[in-house]
Design a protein around this ligand. Structure first.
Ligand code: HEM
Length: 473
């Protein structure tokens, strides 16, 4: 503790550092960290949602049996017999979807404020791993009620996992090297979704993934402190003194004043009040959701009665849409490229002086809108051509599958996004601008394909403007 610290401040430091739950906080924080228009409190809400999921999950587990004979009825018991069970289940379900949605929003906020710059690279990569774990935690929970919805969603998911087969089929080597089949079997433990899948998903959902998420989140929060707290704009160096000066400014000011010269203040009690407010709002929102909307529970799983359309959970519907063009391109190449791109962002963009400024300023903001518009236009155009006029297979029935695999709306969109980013890099010479262009295009494409999967695909994965137009079988 620094000499000369007043009694009052000593008490403030003690409140935080001597308390097991609070000592994760720094003694002092920067005013910028509390600006809602910067973080929107998303990371904090995510943390609280995870906490709610653990608490409600433990209660659910006490009443749930992971066997294909008992699972469905045990969930029905939770909903109709266990006192308050319906609401505990609803809260658990909505918190889970909230985590997926907010993880994406948090990632978008961190990206556009350059929160991965100036030494925060590792934490960005940890964040990307967290996103993957959150997705699979949600997905593994989907199967547990053992109803038609979960059963067919996971069946579709496991078929996506087998997407490698398209490539090995083209090469004619599936008989000897069935990589897709291997991945599928690793996931569900059998050829079809059954007891092996349920046992696996249960263990993944209640032990392996939550523990992994706990460890990753712990490291994530520790890294935020190690990196000097939540990012913020740095003091601008005097123009004439050049780049070297800019670098010094960034490095010196990580732990000091920001561009407005504001200094840090003691985190007790203001930060605790802010966090308490976020916690209460999060819980209130979940309670309202839980009272208004019931988590879905369809008829018990029936392997002989396929859902049509069988849809994966909403966050995988973008991938399911891409898989409908080509299993290998949509289920393997594009998701891998997406992850590689996310991980490589801090390596593509090293302009540390842009740390903490939304869109890196006016130019970046304009570029974001341009990229959004152009990506929207191009992506929708490809889908329009496909829906309205068909694709190579309907024009040339004998065309080799490899061409369909390599040239479809998904691969063409991805290629376009990359060319656009390369062009921006050439035009501006800035890695940050190029990253903004690519990130915006990719996210826009992701949202469009997901929206198509959610709202515009019906039986046999045909395009419909609304589910009211679906044929009645
Ligand atoms: C369970 C999920 C997560 C939790 C609990 C969590 C928690 C937090 C918290 C509390 C903060 C500081 C405050 C804020 O930015 O709101 C933060 C910052 C950060 N998060 Fe996350 N996060 C999660 C997921 C992610 C994901 C998916 C990414 C994406 C790559 C990510 C990357 C980062 C980075 C790089 C920072 C530092 C940003 C900066 O200093 O401006 N996090 N996170």
């Amino acid at each position: 503790m620094s000499p000369g610290i007043s009694e009052d401040n000593k008490r403030r430091v003690g409140r935080v550092s001597k308390n097991f739950f609070l000592h994760i906080h720094a003694n002092k924080v920067h005013p910028h960290s509390l600006e809602t228009s910067y973080t929107f409190g998303l990371g904090m809400i995510l943390g609280f949602l995870f906490l709610v999921m653990i608490l409600t999950g433990v209660v659910l587990m006490m009443n749930y049996t992971p066997s294909i004979e008992r699972a469905y009825n045990s969930v029905k018991d939770i909903v109709f017999v266990v006192p308050g069970g319906r609401y505990i289940r609803n809260i658990h379900r909505w918190a889970a979807h909230g985590m997926v949605l907010l993880s994406f929003l948090h990632l978008i906020r961190v990206f556009f404020t350059g929160g991965y710059l100036a030494g925060r690279r590792l934490n960005w990569i940890i964040g990307v791993s967290i996103l993957v774990v959150v997705l699979f935690m949600n997905f593994s929970g989907y199967l547990l009620p053992w109803d038609q919805l979960g059963y067919w969603a996971v069946t579709i998911g496991s078929n996506i996992a087998a997407s490698f087969r398209e490539l090995t089929d083209i090469l004619g080597i599936t008989q000897v090297l069935d990589i897709g089949g291997f991945i599928k079997k690793l996931l569900i433990g059998d050829e079809t979704v059954g007891q092996a899948a349920l046992s696996r998903f249960f263990m993944l959902h209640v032990i392996f993934l939550p523990v992994t998420l706990m460890v990753l989140s712990g490291v994530h929060l520790w890294r935020i402190r190690k990196d000097g707290g939540i990012s913020r704009p740095q003091k601008q160096p005097v123009q004439a003194e050049g780049v070297a000066q800019a670098e010094v400014a960034v490095n010196q000011d990580i732990n000091g004043a920001d561009d407005r010269g504001r200094e840090k203040f003691y985190s007790w009690p203001v930060v605790m009040w802010a966090e308490l407010a976020i916690l209460l709002l999060t819980v209130a929102a979940l309670l309202v959701m839980a009272f208004l909307f019931d988590a879905p529970l369809r008829e018990g799983a029936n392997p002989d009665l396929a859902e049509n359309p069988a849809k994966s959970p909403w966050y995988f519907l973008g991938i399911q849409e891409l898989v409908s063009y080509s299993a290998f391109a949509g289920g393997v190449i594009i998701p891998i490229l997406f992850l590689v791109f996310l991980i490589s962002i801090p390596y593509l963009d090293r302009e540390d002086q842009k740390l903490g400024v939304w869109f890196s300023g006016k130019t970046g903001r304009k570029l974001t809108w341009q990229s959004l518009g152009i990506s929207f236009f191009v992506t929708v155009l490809f889908v329009f051509i496909l829906v309205r006029f068909g694709w190579f297979r309907s024009w040339f029935p004998d065309i080799p599958q490899i061409i369909i695999m390599l040239v479809n709306p998904a691969t063409l969109s991805a290629l376009f996004y990359m060319l656009w980013a390369v062009w921006i890099k050439r035009k501006t010479g800035s890695g940050r601008m190029s990253a903004i262009a690519l990130f915006t295009c990719v996210m826009t494409g992701f949202v469009i394909y997901t929206a198509i999967g959610i709202w515009f695909r019906g039986p046999n994965w045909e395009f419909y403007w609304s589910s009211s137009q679906w044929p009645v079988f």
